[in-house]
Write a protein that binds this ligand. Structure first.
Ligand code: FAD
Length: 349
């Protein structure tokens, strides 16, 4: 029979790996602890609003990813965004200009991984806690002590601290390599409003996203906020209720890990209020909350830095992929999974 592969983690990396294996005609099954595929490309469904809580947009540099994104764009799963991009610095609100083309999932960021997951076998709400080797075959044990398998190969596509735990008994050197990757935390909040946003003096009414003090050196360490986006001004979401996504700085997140979610959301919204131009005010939110990403962003590679091998493999049929092996972005995660999937397909008997 053809070589079967289990993939633990159905984020964009695990999904890209699965797609490459499937394209090569090989059987593959994904497992994810979440309610659906997507991982950090996640969106939250509020009463009448879709709110992106993980990746806010992504850019494209690599030709293979470019081909993939063009196909998504043609099929209507992604669109370019934002078209009105601002930044706040000491001198106030200014239009943010650069040459980078950015994309977002439509009608929500999670539409991208959901679309990839279609046609793949994905077992959700299943946290894999242990791997067992038995005569050249692998079995996966979940939190309900259920066994899944056997599989000839196992791909681990989850954040490195969680991968280390699965590898400890089987590949201690690789587990150590995982532990050496620091994954920094990030608080992501949402605020939903029943009333429309007020006009901001000097800013167009259709402003879509704003970066705060991108020049980190000048930003005081105590400053909580990094990025704000307007969800109802994203492609495919017109007519939804007014809502903001507010991302915290990583430094601030690290020092506020134990703060409760509602206080985090209030602090981030207050920080934004204080930076509104010309004395503008925000309405009171009708819904407010926050999510802590414990492993939001790997700290090892600077974006764009050359990487020799953006995945790991062992002789025993274990392999690793994900953003930790390449860089802190959606494109890095996709490429890591895609390259591993191609390598595994190439040497399947
Ligand atoms: P993940 O998406 O984390 O996928 C791992 C999956 O594994 C998850 O679905 C999880 O549920 C599952 N899992 C974990 N443990 C287990 C287990 N034991 N058993 C079963 N399943 C398990 N990138 C950009 O390019 N642009 C941005 O603007 C941007 N902004 C970001 C903002 C935030 C707040 C965050 C958190 C990330 C941001 N990123 C951004 C980074 C980007 O989202 C990630 O690099 C990318 O999504 C990582 O994909 P992945 O598949 O490697 O990991």
């Amino acid at each position: 029979p053809p070589v079967s592969t289990a993939i633990i983690g159905a984020g964009i990396a695990g999904l890209a790996c699965a797609q490459a294996l499937k394209d090569a005609g090989l059987p593959v099954c994904l497992f994810d602890k979440g309610r659906a595929a997507g991982g950090r490309m996640s969106s939250r469904h509020l009463q009448d609003a879709e709110v992106d809580l993980g990746a806010q947009f992504f850019s494209v540099r690599d030709p293979a990813f470019h081909r993939q994104v063009s196909a998504w764009q043609e099929a209507g799963h992604v669109a370019t965004w934002p078209h009105s991009f601002w930044q706040i610095s000491e001198s106030g609100w200014q239009r943010h200009h650069d040459e980078v083309e950015r994309f977002i999932g439509t009608p929500r960021m999670s539409a991208v991984p959901r679309q990839l997951a279609e046609g793949l076998e994905v077992v959700c709400e299943t946290r894999i806690e242990r791997l067992e080797a038995q005569e050249d075959q692998w079995w996966l044990l979940d939190e309900r002590r259920q066994r899944h398998g056997p599989f000839a190969r196992v791909v681990i596509a989850i954040p490195t601290p969680q991968a280390a735990a699965l590898l400890a008994d089987h590949a201690p050197a690789l587990a150590e390599e995982c532990e050496a990757v620091i994954q920094r935390p990030c608080w992501a909040a949402w605020a939903r409003f029943d009333t429309a946003m007020p006009a901001l003096p000097g800013v167009d009414d259709d402003w879509q996203a704003v970066r705060l003090d991108p020049d980190q050196e000048r930003a005081p360490a105590a400053d909580p906020l990094r990025f704000v986006s307007r969800n109802d001004h994203k492609p495919g979401r017109r007519g939804q209720g007014e809502s903001l996504s507010l991302l915290a700085r990583l430094e601030w997140s690290e020092t506020h890990l134990t703060l409760d979610a509602e206080s985090v959301a209030r602090e981030l919204l207050e920080a934004f209020r204080q930076r509104l131009p010309g004395g503008a005010t925000l309405p009171e939110p009708s819904d407010l909350g926050a999510h802590l990403w414990r492993y939001a962003q790997p700290n090892v590679f600077a974006a764009g830095e050359a990487v020799n091998l953006d995945y790991r493999r062992t002789a025993m049929g274990l392999a690793l992929c994900g953003d930790a092996w390449r860089g802190p972005r959606v494109e890095d995660a996709w490429l890591s999974g895609h390259h591993l999937g191609e390598a595994l397909s190439a040497d399947a008997p």
